[in-house]
Design a protein around this ligand. Sequence first.
Ligand SMILES: Cc1cc2nc3c(=O)[nH]c(=O)nc-3n(C[C@H](O)[C@H](O)[C@H](O)COP(=O)(O)OP(=O)(O)OC[C@H]3O[C@@H](n4cnc5c(N)ncnc54)[C@H](O)[C@@H]3O)c2cc1C
Length: 418
Amino acid sequence: MFPGIPMLNYDVVVIGGGPAGMAAAARAKELGLNVLLLDENDYLGGILPQCIHPGFGLHYFREELTGPEFAARLAKRLVELGVEYRTAARVMEIRNYSDLEKVVIFTSPSGAYQAWAKAVIYAAGARERHAFEIGIVGDRVAGVYTAGEAQTLMDIYGVLPGKEIVIVGSGDVGLIMARRFALEGAKVKAVIELMPYPGGLARNVMILRDFDIPLYLSHKVVEVRGKGRVERVKVVKVDENLNEIPGSEFWIEADALIISAGLVPSVKKLTAIGVEIDPSTGGPVVNDRLETSVPGVFAAGNALLINDLVDYVAEQGELAAEGAKEFIENGGIESRKWIRVEKGENVRLLAPHRLSGERDVYLYLRVARPMEDVELRIPEVGKRVKLSLATPAEMLRVKLKAEEIRDAEKLTVEVVRE
Ligand SMILES: Cc1cc2nc3c(=O)[nH]c(=O)nc-3n(C[C@H](O)[C@H](O)[C@H](O)COP(=O)(O)OP(=O)(O)OC[C@H]3O[C@@H](n4cnc5c(N)ncnc54)[C@H](O)[C@@H]3O)c2cc1C
């Protein structure tokens, strides 16, 4: 307890007002829980309000929406349900006093607060990898942005970040940004991709052809130069082991460098209370209720693992809320045993990590390398799912029924040639 800091009381506090947190808070309220939703931004929606392109909501709302539309629908649901939420409310710390006693300390324009709760749903999203993290050296110049920063500049504040742009990374975010820049009249001089294949979905890779943007596979940006502002970037070819090939360097003139080199779950506030992290997802180890290794602390959305579809993010939020309800009602999530889920051949990451076998569950996973005509197999239970294509860009989601897995000790998930 913190004397002098106003104390609030809830069943569940949801940290993060993106789609994961909004869906979690709405579901928690529907389940009869007293819930508070907190977000540090001045608005709800997380990164959705800046994603003005379509491609959201086909599974969740059975309709294709833009990011702001998706966010608005969830916000409307929150308001209709009467969910209590605060924006401009930054969570500074979570304290875990006992299984049913947690404190979320946050600051807001009206001061600091301590919100006591029986359960916490952590939906704080992800952070972007920046230039230094991917080994780019050179001058500290204006004009180097992460994709999210550039997107915020353009789609929230109406500022074009550059006129001649080089993008690092051909994942969906980099490709969608390439289209946005081109549509706004900037020249996208190149997209540079470290891997020998594009990182984004096929439909997004088409953007490069549509706008005549060169894609350099097996290349990396290593240096940026300029006086005050980016003037040129140095690119080098890499071999199959991703080592730079001497003599292959060349320069591209540009006034902006956009780094779209992947997202990393934001987990600092979880690690501070001892939550176990899976090094391959970068997010917490969770059970099939999305409960972390700290009882009563749940995770959903990009804070759990990086999702490409917002629909899965919202689904995870709802699942975490159902977990919180069960946790609060029973004083814990019970299971006779936990079935370990392990990565087999060609599986780079997966969640959840422990299954009770008592309920149906979705496994979310990404493969290590692209392959056509493959099968997802779980040999221990004879499960086989045919897939015409599996690529690291696209998260796979597979449903396991309780009766299929109930008697297993462990499950090994592999994605292999038929
Ligand atoms: C450029 C781009 C294009 C995309 N395109 C598509 C697409 O076409 N289709 C699709 O389905 N998906 C798409 N996505 C993916 C989708 O938008 C994300 O998976 C989803 O928005 C993640 O939701 P989230 O709730 O986990 O995180 P976020 O949306 O990041 O929300 C997290 C929230 O937590 C808050 N927060 C963090 N820390 C704190 C704290 N300490 N205190 C208080 N609040 C905090 C943040 O302010 C933020 O609002 C795209 C993403 C990007 C970036």
